[in-house]
Design a protein around this ligand. Structure first.
Ligand code: F6P
Length: 361
């Protein structure tokens, strides 16, 4: 009988509850203990943990947000913080952990995994855990699930929540278009996504936006002329409104942030059109998850349980003694695939660094 803990970390995303549900139900179905770790890594450090029952996760799949709470936990970024978390896990005999979150959260989980053996030895040497518990927990069985609206995981076609966020963006812009049309206005819509332009770019296609700024291709210094030329040409054939989308994290070639205010000023000065800014903000993370995010959450939660239990068997197999390797659940086409967590984190980091380097060169 194993103890499997589940937590959500970083920004919440719609569909996380479906993943938690699947983790709990599959764990219990297989006769193991499941623990709901509340408020992200904060709960792991403070011991804010409840043993899950079957009923805990009834009627949750349709709910947005994270039913177990989430946080951006600064203490977990420190070795001391992670060691405190390890102590709690040894105390509760939780040696299987499923982390649902974005790249920062998964990176924290990978660090805990790498330090786990050392933490166990230290805690035993300090007399904080018994030899029996230290032995039982000599391995941390870890799996990651990408839950983030940003869709910025390099190996996954979709992260849990990104489909719903896009749905929210499209709904909001569809609404704006009607008022924009009535007043013949331009709407500059700011969307989330951190370093990743996925939300901005795909939403722009879906709502027939006239212009999009996204971080992967920073606009050159001529963007005001290009943008205004584009607006003029579509107005010429009778279009009464324009939508311009700006992804978060968009900078010019000198690394200076480009925001809605700057775009508005350029258009008003150059074209004399009326411009309004709409910052969609956390509405993008709100509301019920779409079917796709529910299903994705359920599938990934289920696979993650199979994964952590599989590594348990590996440790007891003829290749015993080999350390297990944490995997992250990724969507590839219609399939859920496993990828080595440390590699995915490295690749994502490198891609972000290369992009920033390229943009400022
Ligand atoms: O990572 C998800 C995300 O929504 C980003 O798109 C955004 O930059 C950030 O979180 C906002 O974070 P917070 O909710 O802490 O303001």
């Amino acid at each position: 009988n194993h103890g499997i803990g589940v937590l959500t970390s970083g920004g919440d995303s719609q569909g996380m509850n479906a993943a938690v549900r699947a983790v709990v139900r599959e764990t219990l179905r297989q006769g193991h203990r499941c623990y709901l770790i509340r408020e992200g890594y904060t709960g792991l450090i403070t011991g804010n943990i409840d043993q899950a029952t079957w009923e805990h996760v009834a009627n949750v799949t349709h709910l947005g947000g994270s039913m177990i709470g989430t946080s951006r936990c600064d203490e977990f970024r420190t070795t001391d913080g992670r060691k405190k978390a390890a102590k709690i896990m040894f105390d509760r005999r939780i040696f299987h952990l499923i982390v649902i979150g974005g790249d920062g959260s998964l990176m924290g989980a990978q660090k805990l995994k790498e330090e786990w053996g050392r933490f166990g030895e230290e805690l035993f040497a300090e007399g904080k855990i018994t030899e029996e518990v230290a032995n039982e927990g000599r391995e941390l069985h870890l799996a990651g699930i990408v839950g983030s609206i940003d869709n910025d995981c390099i190996e996954s076609d979709k992260s849990i929540g990104s489909d719903t966020a896009l749905h929210r963006i499209c709904e909001a812009i569809d609404g704006l278009v009607m008022t924009a049309q009535s007043h013949q206005r331009v709407f500059v819509v700011e969307v989330m996504g951190r370093h990743c332009g996925y939300l901005a770019l795909t939403a722009a296609i879906a709502v027939e936006a006239d212009y999009v700024f996204y971080p992967e291709i920073p606009p050159d210094d001529k963007w005001p002329e290009q943008l205004c030329h584009q607006l003029e040409s579509v107005r010429k054939y009778g279009k009464r409104q324009n939508v311009i989308i700006i992804g978060e994290g968009v900078t010019n070639s000198k690394g200076m942030k480009i925001g809605g205010k700057q775009v508005k000023e350029e258009i008003e000065t150059r074209l004399g059109l009326e411009v309004r800014i709409a910052t969609l903000g956390h509405l993008q993370r709100g509301g019920e998850p779409t079917f796709l995010d529910r299903l994705l959450g359920l599938r990934m939660g289920h696979e993650a349980v199979l994964e952590v239990l599989k590594t348990t068997e590996d440790v007891g197999s003829p290749i015993a003694g080999q350390k297990t390797v944490a995997q992250v659940m990724c969507l590839r086409g219609h399939n859920i695939e496993r990828n080595e967590l440390s590699r995915v984190i490295r690749q994502t980091e490198t891609a972000n660094e290369e992009m920033q380097q390229r943009n400022y060169d």
